[in-house]
Design a protein around this ligand. Structure first.
Ligand code: NZQ
Ligand code: ZN
Length: 388
């Protein structure tokens, strides 16, 4: 285990009915609000009215930025920055999934930066100030509600990049599982794959002596596996939705489950290149790429993959070599993703080999990626080719 420090400043307010605390939680941060939301789900579900009524009760002036795209775009972020500057916004509220929260974070940072907000995503500038923000989460997936990351697409350049700062951790996040009852089947699947993938990025690590962290990871994976199908069978399953939501937050909240471990994140890097060009849902891309990454790298540390197979999937080790166990665990992952309805090939989205080179090159633009196995361009290309 390596040395570490941990501080997560986000206040989590979890549970059914907690959406009604938005007004009270917001009041401490100012009266001039930018409300950021997506393509209309919050209006269809009635959540919008609940938000607006509470904000008017505390006497807030609310400006709105609607229409944040899944895989949120820089052009839309820039509209939000403009609104902040024009109206002297003091607090940003994101109501939605990871895309809405990420856009709100980029707006919060960009509003107080004189240059181009994209500078934060290319590494040209670091975030030194940001407006405070709060979130009402409507989809269990990214963990953005309790971390300082934001991922934005530069659609014209076909680039998707991340930026991060503790300054972007939401001041508070309301996690009301009942808001996720309306999440469509496919996004319930993709969100769950994303949660599991966040754990994989941390669990498949070369760092030694991390038994507690490994068990944190395994427990989240098992809890997701146990709860996805109940949530798909009955979208209003209160317990399943609550468990998925809490798993999503714990899986990526500043690295709490993997403190002292070196993380990988190569599969995320590769997926971001796919969704940058093809605009597919992030979780869908991960369901395709992750099992192929696993097959490509497992020999670096077959014992960790064997442990994964036995502890997470309950695969019987009797008579199996470490490699056989490792491969059985990987196959169980693939089979599970397929069983819950995730795509297994890039071809399922009409993606062929035309852009493989470009995606591989962009994935390693700044440096080789991954740590479990360090991947150069040719490795990334091969993982993408296996994913066709
Ligand atoms: O736009 P609306 O109308 O709200 O519809 C959304 C959207 O179409 C819908 N939805 C969300 N909550 C709903 C709902 N529909 C009905 N009822 C509800 N309660 O779901 C669709 C997908 O939403 P989106 O926010 O795009 O999904 P997700 O939360 O998976 O976010 C994906 C984005 O987050 C980034 C991804 O790359 C992608 O851009 N990530 C962010 C991370 C972070 N900040 O830490 C880490 C992740 O690895 C990831 O890269
Ligand atoms: Zn992810």
């Amino acid at each position: 285990m390596n040395n570490f420090q941990f501080h997560n400043p986000t206040r989590i307010v979890f549970g059914e009915g907690t959406t009604s605390r938005l007004g009270e939680l917001t009041a401490a941060y100012g009266k001039s609000i930018l409300l950021v939301y997506g393509g209309g789900s919050i209006k269809a579900t009635g959540l919008y009215d609940l938000v607006i009524s509470q904000l008017s009760e505390i006497g807030a002036t609310v400006h709105e930025l609607a229409g944040i795209e899944p895989n949120p775009r820089l052009t839309t972020v820039n509209k939000g920055i403009e609104l902040c500057r024009t109206h002297g916004i003091e607090f940003v509220i994101a109501v939605g999934g990871g895309s809405v929260i990420d856009a709100a974070k980029a707006i919060a940072a960009g509003a107080l930066y004189e240059g181009d907000v994209w500078d934060f995503f290319t590494g040209k500038a670091t975030i030194k100030k940001a407006l405070p923000l709060g979130t009402v989460l409507t989809l269990a997936a990214t963990g953005s509600e309790m971390n300082g990351n934001t991922v934005i697409s530069h659609w014209d350049a076909k680039l998707k990049r991340g930026a991060g700062s503790p300054l972007l951790n939401p001041a508070f996040s309301i996690l009301d599982p009942s808001l996720t009852y309306t999440v469509p089947r496919n996004h319930t699947v993709y969100g769950s794959v994303d949660i599991m993938s966040h754990v994989f990025e941390q669990y498949f690590s070369l760092t030694e002596n991390t038994p507690l962290q490994e068990r944190f990871c395994e427990s989240i994976l098992q809890t997701v596996i146990e709860n996805v199908e109940p949530a798909l069978a009955d979208p209003n399953d209160k317990a399943a939705r609550a468990n998925l939501m809490w798993c999503g937050t714990m899986a990526l909240n500043g690295g709490q489950i993997s403190l002292g471990m070196v993380n990988d994140w190569a599969s995320h890097g590769i997926e971001h290149e796919v969704s940058a060009i093809y605009d597919i849902p992030h979780g869908a891309g991960l369901a395709i790429i992750f099992p192929n990454w696993m097959r490509y790298v497992y020999k670096e540390r077959p014992d960790r993959f064997a442990q994964y197979a036995t502890r997470v999937w309950g695969i019987d080790a009797t008579g199996k070599t470490e490699d056989e166990l490792a491969l059985a665990g990987i196959q169980a992952t693939r089979d599970f993703f397929t069983r819950i309805g995730a795509e297994s090939r890039l071809a399922d989205f009409g993606i062929g080999e035309e852009q493989l080179d470009r995606m591989a090159e962009e994935a390693v633009r700044y440096r080789a990626i991954g740590s479990f196995k360090v991947l150069e361009k040719n490795d990334v290309r091969e993982i993408l080719r296996l994913s066709l």
